[in-house]
Design a protein around this ligand. Structure first.
Ligand code: PNS
Length: 160
């Protein structure tokens, strides 16, 4: 049986932390679907297509990874694509409450779906898309934190 995992998120933009989680997820699943949420409450900096393009550049041509966007409930999307695992990253205790609630709600909606939490490399634990956006906006160097294609996209967005 092919074990399919979904790694959902806003990825606005993808960071080295997301890339690390993609690599780690491949140890758990045969196929990984990185799923970009369309309808998140926040106002995104990048369009869904831009986020998919940045993810493609950052992840490269890994055959077991596919990229998709989804609208509506994650649990419904996971069911539709035949996934049995949701992967989420846990960086710090502050992530825990929201992630715990989300995992239980997704189980309520789709009982055979398991949420698995992965811890990123220790030197990436402080990293978040929102911090990367803020640093880039004020002209800080984000090149160590994101793929070069993402750094270029941020520079174009804020400083072109
Ligand atoms: O990277 P993020 O912003 O923390 O990802 C959050 C995301 C997109 C995974 C979450 O908001 C989500 O699953 N949205 C889809 C709508 C949904 O299913 N909401 C109920 C979650 S219990």
């Amino acid at each position: 049986m092919t074990r399919i995992a979904v790694y959902p998120g806003s990825f606005d933009p993808p960071t080295r932390g997301h890339e690390d989680l993609v690599r780690r997820s491949l140890g758990l699943a045969d196929r990984l679907i990185v799923a970009v949420a369309v309808n998140v409450v926040k106002q995104p900096l990048f369009s869904v297509q831009e986020r998919l393009d940045m993810l493609r550049a950052a992840i490269g041509d890994e055959k077991r990874v596919s990229l998709q966007s989804f609208d509506g409930l994650l649990a419904e999307f996971a069911k539709r694509v035949g996934a049995t695992i949701i992967v989420r990253g846990l960086r710090a205790v502050s992530d825990f409450e929201y992630e715990f609630q989300m995992a239980l709600m997704n189980r309520q909606l789709h009982p055979s779906l398991e949420t698995v939490f992965l811890v990123p490399a220790v030197d990436l634990t402080y990293l978040s898309s929102s911090l990367v956006r803020e640093v880039a906006k004020f002209g800080g160097d984000v090149r160590p934190l994101v793929h070069p294609a993402v750094a270029d996209a941020l520079a174009r967005r804020f400083h072109s």
